[in-house]
Design a protein around this ligand. Sequence first.
Ligand code: ATP
Ligand code: MG
Length: 434
Amino acid sequence: MLRTLFGLTMTHMRQSQLFTKTRREAPQGEVSKNAQLLIRAGFVHKEMAGVYSYLPLGLRVLNKIIGVIREEMNAIGGQELLLTTLQDPEVWKKSGRWSDEVNDTWFKTHLHSGEQFHSGSELGLANTHEEPLTALMRNHISSYKDLPKYAYQFQTKFRNELRAKSGIMRSREFIMKDLYSFSRDEEGFREFYERAAEAYLKVFKRAGLGEHTYRTFASGGSFSKFSDEFQTVCGAGEDTIYINEGRRLAINKEVYNDQTLSELGLRKEDLREERAIEVGNIFPLGTKYSAALGLTYKNEAGEEVPVVMGSYGIGPGRLLGTVVEVLSDEKGMVWPEEVAPFSIHLVQLGEDEDVKKEAEEIYRSLVEARVEVLFDDRTMRAGEKFADSDLIGIPLRVVVSQKTLAEGKCECVERASGTTHHRSLSELMSHLTT
Ligand code: ATP
Ligand code: MG
């Protein structure tokens, strides 16, 4: 259960110091369950429709999700970089994607002209990053010896989404993990593509969505018949998929027809229709962008040929929202251990000196053992504390009260199952560290 956090994230916190407050009601007009719960629990703040800020607890979860994805991308050879969100239209004009007719989700702006704001040349706010990265890679790839290479980032994307009714699952500004593969040929590309698909399944499993998530055939682009989506079954999803449980795969409705079914060896009667959320997406790009932007390499025969590319996206925010949609119950959120804001919610009930002393003692032991703990040391009624604790959804609640003191054991309640154990401090510590 003990995990080392990357970066400088704190392992522990007193709830009396946390600036965010929980609230009973979600803001008016917020229709999605994920945003309602996240806002009520103080994880996110809604700036405007489709635009959300992350507050301390929400950011902890987001960072954990990012950490999981980063580990899995590094494991398949990904190298992390950070491209800019301000983008030069020139590279987009070369691929033909600058036009609003081709891409209707652009946010565009203008440079200062000297005389007037915003009347200078046009700029794009990152919609995606194929074009700038492909152009950049020309400086680094020139020979077959330079390939393959895999580059990825966690970077803000801006998309002028027409509808924004799915809370943080479809926002107009969001962080995306986007990886791009650069291979010599189709064979090298396919080999990596399959490894990436495996890595994606690991990410979703670690985020607690493994059994709900299916690799799904979706439409490909000009270079491939299919792309693959990772779809998590959920009534609030915007997509419709057809699942073959035995083969643990699905087909997106957009490619669901007799011809595709027979090509994939699937029969209608073995498929189950479900609503689902696209949590990730991997896509063969062929030589579309390398040819347009001149990313070529010299092969072993000395010929100049375009690099074969693929793109691999996951929205950490959408994944976070999906965890909320799928795993919450009527009392609030339920975080799987790997992505939970904290591992333990230590709840002190009452203000008696001996209870306070015992709670402080347990807090100190957990902090020393580097267990991630949120300590509810606030002066509040038990009912309110439990309601907050259920809403926030930390995997294990440890309660210290007059009653538990009398027993010499604290009450440990698993958020997901409600299972309760009574453990002494030393029993708790050995349970946590095994
Ligand atoms: P969708 O089909 O849902 O519009 P997309 O196919 O345009 O998404 P990509 O461009 O492939 O998505 O983005 C990769 C991943 O980024 C998606 O699988 C999803 O997890 C996430 N994502 C895409 N759009 C959004 C958004 N508006 N808000 C949050 N996450 C998003
Ligand atoms: Mg899609």
